[in-house]
Design a protein around this ligand. Structure first.
Ligand SMILES: Cc1cc2nc3c(=O)[nH]c(=O)nc-3n(C[C@H](O)[C@H](O)[C@H](O)COP(=O)(O)OP(=O)(O)OC[C@H]3O[C@@H](n4cnc5c(N)ncnc54)[C@H](O)[C@@H]3O)c2cc1C
Length: 574
C-alpha cells in the first residue's frame, strides 16, 4: 500500500508515525511545502520572546529522524499542487526548482492546516508586518526586531543626545490566543504593545464576562487594548516605522506589526480533487476522517469537525484534535475501526503567569443556536486549601443542562495557571464522558493542601449546580436582577470597598434575628462577596417562607459584568 501524506506538522506527522507503527510494509511519503516538518507552532511566540532561545528547540522531529525511526520518505520544500482522484495521482512541485512530478497513491491524507487570514488591506504587505505560523515567519520576525527600523537605529546611535534606547512599539492585530501570546512575548522583550481587536472582547470562544477579567489582566500587565475597532490599513512613516489605521480613525505608530486575525482552512488541494467542502468552509469528513472520496482522508485545521456538545459543524484549529485525527486516519487506513468523537474546543492560554482555559460550549454559543435549556454558575474557589500559603482565587463558570444536569461547558481563569489547567482539564474529561453536575460532586481528585482542597473546586462546582437543580438554591444573575430587593449579607466594613446602591445590608450573622425587616411579597436577591454567605442566607430565607434567590458569583461576578467597575480595572484576582 502506498500512502501519501500532505502536510508534515501536527496532523500529518502524527498520521505518518502511527501508520508506520501499524503497518511495517506500507510505502509512506510525507510531503511538506515548508523547510521543516514536525515543528512546534505552539512554541513560536515564545521563541520571539526569547523564552525558547534556540530555533532548533522548535523542531520536534527532523527529516532524517523520520527516515531512521519510521522509514518514512519525508520530502520538504515539496508542495502538492493537484490531486486526481480518478487516476489516484498527486502532482508534486519542488518549491526550489519548480519541477513538477507525479506520484500515484492508494490512500491520500490531507493535513494542510489553516493559513493565517491575510485581508487585502492597503499596505498589508509592507516590511515589518508579520504572520505567526511557521519557523521562517518567526525567524524573519526576530531578524527584524534585532535590526530595528533605520529610524530607531539612527536615534540610538545619535550619541550625545539619545542616551537611552528609544521605546519600541508593536501593534498586534487580533485578540485570539496567538495575538495574546505574541503581545505577552513582545512585552517580555521590551516592546510597548497595542493590541487591536475588532470584536468587543478578547478570546472569542469564551463568554464576554470571563473575557473581561482577561482583558483587565493583560491591561494591567501593560498591553494597551483597543477593542471594538478594526484595522483599515497600514502606511509607511518617515524613518521606516509603520502606521496602523483603524475604523474609528485612530492611528498607531509601530516598529513591528503582528497579524493574528484568525485562520482559514486550507482547502485548495481538496478543491482540485473535487472533495466536498462543508458549510463552514472546511473539508467535510466522516467520523473516520474520510473525505467524500473513500481513498482520501483529511485531518487537522483544514477539516470541519462536529462540535462534541452541540453536534453542529465547526472549525476548531487546535493541536490536540489535529494529532488525534491524524492517528485515527492512520488507524482506519491500517484497517481499524477508529472513530473521532468530535471536538470540545478545550484550550488554555498562559497570560503573564496566569491562565485562561475553557472547554465545551459557551453561553453565547447556546444563545446563538437558540438553546435555552441551560443554567450557569459562577464560583471563585481557591486554587488550593486556603490555609496553605500561596492559595490564589480562581474564577470559574460552569454551564449545564437545566433538564438533566449534563455538563455542557466551563471557563476558568486565575493567576495560578496550573490550577486553572487542572480544573478545566478535569471538567473536559467529564464532558467527554457525558457526566452530569452530580458526577462533578462525586469526582475524586488529587488532594493535599498545596494542590487542592478536600472539597475541590470541581466538586464545589458540582455541589453548587446540584443545589440549583434540586431547588435548594434558586439562582439569579446580575443581568436579570430587575425589580428584586437586593439583600447584602456582608459585614459593614466590606461595603466600604464596594456597595450596591439601594441594597439592604443585614450581615449574615444577624439575619435570623432581623427577618422582620424583610418583605414577604417581593423577590429577594441575596448578595455577598462570592455568593457563599449569600447561599447560607438564601437557605435561611427560603426555610422562613421568603422568595429568595442567590445572586450567582456575588460582587465578584458583578465586577465581571463590568457593572459599576471601570473597564480595564478588573484583573484575575489573587
Ligand atoms: C503561533 C501558533 C501557536 C499555537 N498554539 C497552540 C496551542 O498552544 N495549543 C493548541 O492546541 N494549538 C495551538 N496552535 C494551533 C496548532 O498548531 C494547529 O491546530 C495544528 O498545528 C494544526 O495541525 P495541522 O496538521 O492541521 O496543520 P499545520 O500544523 O499547520 O501543518 C500543515 C502543514 O501543511 C503544509 N502544507 C499545506 N499545504 C501543503 C501542500 N499543498 N503541500 C505540502 N505541504 C502543504 C504547511 O506548510 C504546513 O506546514 C498554534 C498555532 C500557531 C500558528
Amino acid at each position: 500500500m502506498k500512502v501519501i501524506i500532505v502536510g508534515g506538522v501536527a496532523g500529518g506527522a502524527s498520521c505518518a508515525a502511527r501508520l508506520r507503527r501499524l503497518d511495517e510494509n506500507a510505502e509512506i511519503i510525507m510531503v511538506e511545502r515548508g523547510p521543516y516538518v514536525s515543528y512546534a507552532n505552539c512554541g513560536l511566540p515564545y521563541h520571539v520572546g526569547g523564552v525558547i532561545p534556540k530555533q532548533s528547540s522548535l523542531i520536534v522531529a527532523s527529516e532524517p529522524f523520520f527516515k531512521a525511526a519510521f522509514n518514512i520518505d519525508v520530502r520538504t520544500n515539496c508542495e502538492a499542487v493537484s490531486v486526481s482522484p480518478k487516476l489516484k495521482t498527486v502532482e508534486l512541485r519542488d518549491v526550489k526548482t519548480g519541477e513538477v512530478t507525479t506520484q500515484t497513491y492508494d490512500k491520500l491524507v490531507l493535513s494542510p492546516g489553516a493559513p493565517s487570514v491575510h485581508p487585502p488591506l492597503p499596505g498589508i504587505d509592507l516590511p515589518g508586518i508579520f504572520h505567526v505560523r511557521t519557523v521562517p515567519d518567526v525567524a524573519a520576525m526576530r531578524q527584524w526586531i534585532e535590526g530595528g527600523t533605520s529610524f530607531l537605529a539612527g536615534m540610538y546611535n545619535y550619541s550625545g543626545i539619545q542616551m537611552v534606547k528609544p521605546t519600541r512599539r508593536a501593534v498586534v492585530v487580533g485578540g485570539g490566543f496567538i495575538g495574546l501570546e505574541m503581545a505577552e512575548n513582545l512585552i517580555h522583550i521590551g516592546f510597548e504593545v497595542t493590541l487591536i481587536q475588532k470584536q468587543p472582547q478578547l478570546l472569542s470562544p469564551i463568554d464576554p464576562e470571563i473575557a473581561a477579567l482577561a482583558e483587565g489582566h493583560v491591561a494591567r500587565h501593560g498591553v494597551h487594548l483597543v477593542l471594538n475597532d478594526g484595522v483599515t490599513g497600514f502606511a509607511q512613516r518617515e524613518g521606516g516605522s509603520l502606521e496602523v489605521q483603524t475604523i474609528s480613525g485612530a492611528k498607531f505608530a509601530a516598529d513591528i506589526v503582528i497579524l493574528a486575525i484568525g485562520v482559514r482552512p486550507d482547502t485548495k488541494l481538496a478543491r482540485t480533487a473535487g472533495l466536498e467542502i462543508g458549510q463552514r468552509g472546511g473539508i467535510r469528513v466522516d467520523e473516520h476522517m474520510r473525505t467524500s472520496d473513500p481513498d482520501i482522508f483529511a485531518v487537522g485545521d483544514a477539516v470541519e469537525v462536529k462540535d462534541f456538545v452541540t453536534g453542529h459543524w465547526n472549525l476548531v484549529a487546535l493541536a490536540g484534535p489535529a494529532n488525534r485525527q491524524g492517528r485515527i486516519a492512520a488507524d482506519v487506513i491500517a484497517g481499524r475501526d477508529s472513530k473521532y468523537r468530535g471536538t470540545q474546543g478545550t484550550a488554555i492560554i498562559g497570560l503573564f503567569g496566569g491562565a485562561v482555559a475553557w472547554t465545551g460550549v459557551s453561553e453565547k454559543m447556546l444563545k446563538r443556536i437558540g438553546d435555552t435549556d441551560y443554567e450557569k454558575i459562577y464560583l471563585f474557589p481557591n486554587s488550593h486549601a486556603g490555609y496553605y500559603p500561596g492559595a490564589k482565587m480562581l474564577g470559574l463558570k460552569v454551564i449545564f443542562r437545566k433538564s438533566n444536569g449534563l455538563v455542557l461547558g466551563a471557563q476558568a481563569l486565575g493567576v495560578d495557571g496550573p490550577a486553572v489547567d487542572k480544573r478545566i482539564s478535569a471538567i473536559a474529561i467529564a464532558i467527554q464522558m457525558g457526566a452530569t453536575i452530580y458526577d462533578l460532586e462525586e469526582a475524586e481528585l488529587c488532594y493535599a493542601p498545596q494542590f487542592g482542597s478536600a472539597k475541590d473546586a470541581v466538586n464545589f462546582a458540582g455541589m453548587v449546580a446540584a443545589d440549583v437543580l434540586q431547588g435548594d438554591m434558586p439562582l439569579a444573575h446580575w443581568d436579570s436582577t430587575n425589580g428584586a430587593l437586593l439583600l447584602d449579607v456582608r459585614e459593614p466594613v466590606e461595603l466600604v470597598v464596594e456597595s450596591m446602591p439601594g441594597a439592604v445590608n443585614i450581615p449574615m450573622g444577624q439575619l435570623r434575628s432581623r427577618l422582620a425587616e424583610l418583605p414577604r411579597d417581593r423577590e429577594i436577591h441575596v448578595i455577598c462577596r462570592s455568593a457563599q454567605r449569600a447561599y447560607y442566607a438564601t437557605r435561611i430565607l427560603l426555610q422562613n417562607g421568603f422568595n429568595a434567590k442567590n445572586l450567582s458569583g456575588g460582587m465578584l461576578a458583578r465586577a465581571m459584568f463590568k457593572l459599576g467597575t471601570k473597564e480595564r480595572e478588573l484583573t484575575i484576582v489573587s
